[in-house]
Design a protein around this ligand. Structure first.
Ligand code: AMP
Length: 489
C-alpha cells in the first residue's frame, strides 16, 4: 500500500480536490449468500478466539452482513468502504480488526476513529472498551463540550484508540504537547456522509496531513454522495467496497405505518400513541428544539416518562438524558435529528415521527433506530395536511406504500381536554423558564431541556425526579391534565 508520503501531504490540496495517485474504482466484495451467512461464525471470518468470545459475551451470536463482508478484507490490511445502514453492526465491523491488530502489536495512538457527533464518538469508544476489555484496550474520546485539559491528561496515558469529532481532534493536535498521530496505523471515517455535510472537510484535511500515508483506512457511510466519493479518492487506497443493503431501504422486520391527522390535534394523537405503546421504549422525533422541549413537557405533565434530547442542550445534559433512557428510567426519548443518526440505543421498540422529516433520507436514519440487528420494530409517522408532499417523497425514496396505523379517531379525541390542559401548562412552563433564563443559569438550570429543574422551580410536586417513584400525585387525580397512570419504567 502506498498512500501519499508524509512529505507530499504537506502540499496536499484540499480533500475535495485531492486524488490518491493509484485510486481506481473500488472493488466490490462478494456478499455471502443468506444461507451461508446464517452459518457464519466470528472465527470463520478470521476473528481470533479471544475476540469471538468477547462478541459472544455481548450476545452477538453470528457476524452481521457488514461484518461478514468487511472484516476479512480489513484483516488482510485492505482499505474498505462500507455502505451500511444504521444498526447494521458497522462499529463491530471496524472495531474487531483494529482490536485484533492491537492484540498482535499493541501500540499507543494506533487508531483514530472520526465521528460526526459527540454521542456517537462516546458510543464507539464504549464498544471498543467492551470488546477489548479482556485485552486491556484503552480508548479516549476527544469531543467538544468537554474540558480540553481533562482530555489532554487522558491522552498523556497514551490510549490505543482515539475516537473523536474532527474539530476537537485538530484542537488537540495543535495544542496538546506530546500528542501526535505520526505512528497511526488505522484511520476510520464513520458516517462519512454526515461528517462532510457538517462541514468537517477542513478539519479532516488537516488530520490527513499529519497522519502517515502508510496506514489502513476504513470509510463507512449510509449513502455514497459526491462528497463521500471525493473523500474516498483523497484518502483510500484501492479500497474494497462492501454494501449490505439496497440504497435507502428499510429492514423487513420493521413495521411502518402512517397516520393522517389534522395538525391541530397532533398532540392528542401523539399522546394516544404514548399511551398505547407505554410498555415499549420509543424515540419520538420532532423538528425543532422548541417542539422537542414542549412535547417532552406535555408528555411529562400527562405522567409519561419522557426525556428530551436536542442540539441546544449541553453535552453533559445530553449524555444524562440518553443515560436515563438507556437505563430504562424513562421510556420515551423525544429528540431532534441530532439523535437520529449513530446513537446506539439498544432495544428501541418504536420510532414515532411526530414531525415528518424535511429530508426524506432522515426518515431512513430515524426509523433505523428500531428493528436493529435482526430484531423487530414499529415506526409510526404523523402526517398532517401540511406534510403530504414530504411524506410522498419518503414513500418514493423507500419504494414502499405504508399502511395506516389502526386506531379509532373517537378514542383519540377523548383525550382532547387532558392534552389541552397539559399543553397550556407546558407553554406556561416554557415561558417561565425562558423568563428566568438568566437567573436559572446561575442556579444551574441553564439548559432548555431541564424539565425536572423547571418543574421544581415552578413548585410542581409531580415532576419526574430521579428517584424512579410514581409521578402521579394527589393533584394529578383531580387535575384534568393528569390522570394517566405512571408510565415510567
Ligand atoms: P451499529 O450499526 O454498529 O450501531 O450496531 C447496531 C447494534 O447492533 C448495536 O447495539 C450492536 O451492539 C449490535 N450488534 C453489532 N454486531 C452484532 C452482531 N454480530 N450480532 C448482534 N448484534 C450486533
Amino acid at each position: 500500500m502506498s498512500h501519499k508520503s508524509p512529505a507530499d501531504t504537506k502540499a496536499q490540496p484540499p480533500l475535495a480536490a485531492a486524488r490518491a495517485p493509484h485510486s481506481r474504482r473500488p472493488r466490490r466484495a462478494i456478499m455471502p449468500a443468506a444461507a451461508d451467512t446464517a452459518e457464519r461464525t466470528f472465527e470463520s471470518i478470521g476473528v481470533c478466539a479471544e475476540l469471538a468470545k468477547a462478541c459472544a459475551s455481548l450476545g452477538w451470536r453470528a457476524p452481521t452482513d457488514i461484518q461478514c463482508a468487511s472484516i476479512p478484507e480489513a484483516l488482510k490490511d485492505r482499505d474498505v468502504i462500507g455502505l451500511a445502514q444504521t444498526g447494521s453492526g458497522k462499529t463491530g465491523a471496524f472495531a474487531l480488526p483494529i482490536l485484533q491488530s492491537l492484540l498482535d502489536a499493541p501500540q499507543a495512538f494506533h487508531s483514530l476513529v472520526l465521528s460526526p457527533t459527540r454521542e456517537l464518538a462516546i458510543q464507539i469508544a464504549e464498544q471498543f472498551e467492551t470488546l477489548g476489555a479482556s485485552i486491556g484496550v484503552r480508548a479516549s474520546v476527544l469531543v467538544g463540550g468537554v474540558d480540553m485539559t481533562t482530555q489532554a491528561i487522558r491522552l498523556g496515558k497514551r490510549p490505543h484508540v482515539i475516537v473523536g469529532t474532527p474539530g476537537r481532534v485538530v484542537d488537540h493536535l495543535e495544542n496538546t504537547k506530546g500528542f501526535s498521530l505520526r505512528a497511526l496505523k488505522v484511520l476510520v471515517l464513520d458516517e462519512a456522509d454526515r461528517l462532510l455535510n457538517l462541514d468537517f472537510e477542513e478539519e479532516i484535511d488537516k488530520i490527513l496531513r499529519v497522519i502517515p500515508s502508510e496506514r489502513r483506512t476504513q470509510l463507512f457511510s449510509a449513502t455514497m454522495t459526491n462528497k463521500v466519493a471525493k473523500l474516498q479518492r483523497a484518502c483510500l487506497r484501492d479500497p474494497v467496497k462492501v454494501e449490505v443493503s439496497a440504497k435507502y431501504s428499510t429492514v423487513e422486520s420493521l413495521k411502518q405505518h402512517y397516520l393522517f391527522i389534522p395538525a391541530k390535534h397532533k398532540d392528542c394523537y401523539a399522546t394516544f400513541l404514548f399511551n398505547e405503546l407505554s410498555a415499549s421504549t420509543s424515540i419520538v422525533f420532532a423538528r425543532t428544539c422548541d417542539s422537542t422541549r414542549k412535547l417532552a413537557l406535555i408528555a411529562r405533565n400527562l405522567g409519561f416518562g419522557a426525556v428530551p434530547i436536542h442540539g441546544q442542550m449541553s453535552q453533559p445534559k445530553r449524555i444524562a438524558a440518553l443515560n436515563k433512557f438507556k437505563s430504562g428510567e424513562r421510556n420515551i426519548l423525544i429528540a431532534t435529528d441530532v439523535a437520529s443518526r449513530g446513537l446506539d440505543i439498544p432495544s428501541v421498540d418504536v420510532v414515532i415521527n411526530y414531525d415528518v422529516p424535511q429530508n426524506s433520507k432522515d426518515y431512513v436514519h430515524r426509523v433505523g433506530r428500531t428493528a436493529r440487528a435482526g430484531r423487530s420494530g414499529l415506526a409510526v409517522t404523523l402526517v398532517t395536511q401540511y406534510d403530504v408532499e414530504l411524506y410522498q417523497k419518503i414513500e418514493r425514496l423507500i419504494n414502499k406504500k405504508l399502511d395506516k396505523y389502526p386506531l379509532e379517531e373517537e378514542a383519540v379525541m377523548l383525550l382532547y381536554d387532558r392534552v389541552n390542559e397539559a399543553q397550556r401548562i407546558a407553554i406556561q412552563q416554557m415561558r417561565d423558564q425562558d423568563d428566568r433564563k438568566g437567573k436559572g443559569a446561575k442556579r444551574g438550570f441553564k439548559d432548555d431541556d431541564d424539565a425536572d429543574a423547571m418543574l421544581r422551580m415552578l413548585g410542581k410536586k409531580d415532576y419526574g425526579g430521579d428517584d424512579g417513584k410514581p409521578r402521579v400525585t394527589k393533584q394529578s387525580k383531580t387535575n384534568g391534565a393528569r390522570g394517566f397512570p405512571n408510565k415510567r419504567r
